[in-house]
Ligand binder design. Sequence first.
Ligand SMILES: *Cc1c(COP(=O)(O)O)cnc(C)c1O
Length: 427
Amino acid sequence: MKNFEIPGHLEVKNGHLHIGGMDTVELAREYGTPLYITSEDRLRDNFGRFKKAFPDAHIYFAAKSNNNIVVQRILAREGAGADAFSDGEIYLARLAGIPPEKILFTGNSKTDAELEYAVNSGVMVSVDSHDELISLSGIASRLGKEVKIAFRVNPDVSADAHPKLATGLKTSKFGIPSQEIVSTYKKAKELPGVNPVGIHCHIGSQILEISPFAEAMSKMMDLVEAISGFIDLEFVDIGGGLGIPYQKDVRAPTPQDWADAVLPIFRERCAKLGINPELHIEPGRYITADTTILLAHVNTVKKAYKNFVGTDVGFNLLIRPAMYDSYHEVVVANKADGTAADTYTVVGPICETGDILAKDRKLPEIKKDDIIALLDAGAYGFCMSSQYVGRPRCAEVLVHEGKADLIRKRETYDDLLQNQIIPGRLL
Ligand SMILES: *Cc1c(COP(=O)(O)O)cnc(C)c1O
């Protein structure tokens, strides 16, 4: 290790990696591996960074980035709203204590049943298509309700993100093309059951440059200008997408950089138009990613074509490296101040060649039964997990001021059978 600075909520004491004041090697012993460990302080700090940078904005946590109810509850108490991409996420956000008027339902292909659930829950809806507008208007009218809506705009901004993470290109499946926005708002004004009060975009994820955010803000304000003559705009939602430095030598923008790039445009254009809408932002990854590490146990170290370290964590628990070629720093938790001795490729226990967590890393000498920590695993980590290859999902622990709480139990063999039904003739 020692090839990067350990972030502040992590520390090395007695050669062991610590998080939230707790020794990770002890936590592995007590709770077993694999194990997700989240620092409550870091979570609150990260949320606080957005509050400070965007003092007047409303922060809607992108719920899909971490679906743990405890994480969402902590954020709810910090004042977060939620960007919910499904009815299930609306359900969880409500359970976490987020009031419905602070939830925006943002899916791109919603069922009528989901829309009805949203209407009955009293949340706002970001409408992604004309078909959805017609369905929602019909459903809300039938229920005798009126829903506040925004339209998801496709701003045609190219963000420097992984192709699977860019959502604002004109070729992407998300949103309504800019040139159709005016006619769409006019149409919505005439329809019963829907009240168009917002405008929404989200240009992508893990964005490490600031200019696409500024470009999107300008394009959004062009559209705001085009509709402000006939729409009483209550909010402008510019989505999330701020990247984090997974590789610690990469410079990544901060919430303050984001705010510095977009707030002047927002304020100036609003002042010019004489309007005063709220600004909404929807960070996910930046709030949760670095709060959490994933501990793995080393089952084997094999010298073959490369030095392969076989662990108990595969893409069943952290799919990002396999899905997005993403990078997670690796720390040997029980040799955290050791110097690099060799080059290792860390792999999982899934029968797929792509089940690689980290390629060609310089690490201290690794032996069987060492504990490995994968950093920055709190966003799009556990929530994308599966039971592939008959592996029950692992536990999650929250650490706070030198104490640990189990916040998700490790699954058992029984969970592998959950909801499966054996027909009588096969019993
Ligand atoms: C996923 C998503 C976000 C959050 O993106 P991050 O990169 O995690 O910040 C925000 N808004 C919408 C609509 C999303 O789909």
